[in-house]
Write a protein that binds this ligand. Sequence first.
Ligand code: HEM
Length: 141
Amino acid sequence: MEDEKCYTSYAVKGHDSHTDLWIVIHGLVYDCTRFIDDHPGGVEVLMDVAGKDATDVFEDVGHSDEARLFLEGLRIGKLKTEENIDSIAKTSSSSVKSSISYSLGKRHYINFYTIFGLVVLAGIVSTSFVVHSRELFYSRP
Ligand code: HEM
């Protein structure tokens, strides 16, 4: 969306009530007012992020493709900040596909470090096990 409206985070903050609720996800602004009572995850979780950036909580839940498609329908513009330019570039093609692949990419990145950490941990544990068992073996009378 080329002529998409830009909102400051201050402007978004003003829409934080049950009857007027905006949130920000990946640098894009969504008006969730008409959706709040129909949200399968409940009203409370949306009220918690009313007028705020909900990117992390939205992604943590692992929303379906249908949820992401629905989200597109609530979009009213983008956030006016320097920091989210990268994030907007990745999602503002208005294709749901790109936002999904971005979030999947993020998960793969996290998985890589998790596996790397587990391999290092396993190495440390097995090394100390070998060292200790050798010490026990040689200290026998
Ligand atoms: C406007 C933004 C949002 C939309 C369009 C949306 C949409 C949906 C949809 C369609 C579902 C049903 C399951 C699915 O298809 O993934 C769902 C479930 C859920 N959502 Fe959201 N959601 C939004 C924001 C949020 C936020 C900010 C949270 C904060 C934590 C949240 C928490 C949840 C939870 C916990 C469930 C699971 C409910 C269950 O399985 O019992 N959602 N959401």
